[in-house]
Design a protein around this ligand. Structure first.
Ligand code: ADP
Ligand code: MG
Length: 349
């Protein structure tokens, strides 16, 4: 991977009438780099992607591809590969016919060869002559990916490519897509609202909030230091304990666990406000391990542990409880001691 920016976004703004969907985004994508745009629904991810694709005009700012402005170049001449949530395969063409669509100009033999190649890359080599209506959702998305790869685009723009699929398929395909993109060396902007997908696919993750790029970092760095409270909140951190000077310690999802059950039904005698004050005081010290007490108000089964909500005063903490503490449904109402490991909890502003 070289470090020269392939794509440079400078203050890109997209408007629909009076709605500002994308608000002054600066972003550089290096050659061969996969950048995920992650953010809640309506945060402007698709609008930004569509602006890069040329499907939406840029209201302000600049878009440079290898140093050349592309704002006035129409979509089909930008030469980027596009893929959307529902794949949008042509129903009247078979699999090979769909994949061949973007390389119609190639001589017949070369075209057939390229179709075979990209179908093999996405693991659909056996399906060339199948009708697209006979494909499962995951197979259809693989074909859509093969179609976008066929013309050897140097930049791929993928908008929620796996959102229509179920979780296990999404997990598998997201790491496959990373592998496939790596092998073909294309740069990629990968839009998703799914954090696991973004963390599995991307070299860097940009978090969009209200049309702005609120954070941009490598996945582990983003997790270790989300920077802003709204970014941390979107990533599932919380609650936020004030540590002074407009800063908070953001409790990480896996940092709170139930240490022991004090009383299975003894919610009455709780002095949780005191616990909370102690916790607030300790939250300023990195590395501290706290043992606050609270009452489980909700519990559900999770993978290998129950996920419980523990009320302490006016705050609710999400915590994990190992199965040896009891089934999820038996935990509701119990007075418990927690263990909060602040060493994995970043300070945000
Ligand atoms: P995301 O992909 O993150 O869900 P979008 O880019 O689709 O977000 O939308 C960003 C904002 O722009 C939202 O407020 C949305 O309602 C608005 N928006 C998106 N597309 C249009 C459109 N074609 N016309 C008007 N408003 C739109
Ligand atoms: Mg979208």
């Amino acid at each position: 991977m070289t470090t020269a920016p392939d794509l440079r976004l400078q203050g890109v703004t997209v408007r629909y009438g009076s709605t500002i969907a994308v608000d002054g985004v600066d972003l550089q994508i290096r050659a061969g780099e996969i950048v995920a745009l992650l953010g809640p629904s309506g945060s402007g991810k698709s609008s930004l992607l569509r602006a890069v694709a040329g499907l939406e005009p840029v209201a302000a700012g600049g878009l440079l591809w290898r140093g050349q402005s592309i704002v006035d170049i129409p979509t089909h001449r930008r030469g980027f590969g596009l893929m959307f949530q529902d794949g949008q395969l042509f129903p009247h063409r078979d699999v090979a016919g769909n994949v061949a669509y973007g390389i119609r100009a190639l001589p017949r033999a070369e075209r057939a060869q390229r179709v075979r190649e990209v179908l093999d890359v996405v693991g659909m080599g056996e399906y060339a002559s199948r009708s697209v209506s006979s494909l499962s959702g995951g197979q259809a998305q693989r074909v859509a990916l093969a179609r976008s790869l066929a013309p050897r685009p140097e930049l791929l723009l993928l908008d929620e490519p796996l959102s229509a699929l179920d979780r296990s398929l999404r997990e598998r395909l997201s790491s496959e897509i990373r592998q496939i993109l790596r092998e073909c060396g294309a740069s990629c902007i990968y839009v998703t609202h799914d954090q696991d997908e973004a963390f599995a696919v991307a070299d860097r993750i940009g978090v969009m909030i209200d049309g702005r790029l609120a954070a941009l970092a490598a996945p582990q760095e983003l997790w270790a230091a989300p920077g802003r409270r709204d970014v941390a909140d979107f990533l599932g951190f919380g609650p936020f304990i004030p540590v002074g000077e407009g800063r908070w310690r953001a409790l990480a999802p896996a940092s709170v666990r139930v240490r022991r059950v004090i009383d299975e039904g003894g919610a009455g005698a709780l002095t949780s406000e005191v616990e909370l004050e102690e916790m607030t005081a300790a939250a300023g010290q990195a590395g501290a391990i706290l043992h606050p007490v609270g009452v489980i108000v909700d519990a559900r089964g999770g993978r290998g542990h129950s996920l419980v909500e523990v009320r302490m005063g006016d705050k609710t903490l999400k915590a994990r409880a190992l199965p040896n503490l009891g089934a999820a449904s038996d935990l509701v109402g119990a007075l418990v001691e927690l263990e909060v490991d602040l060493s994995s909890c970043p300070v945000v502003v």
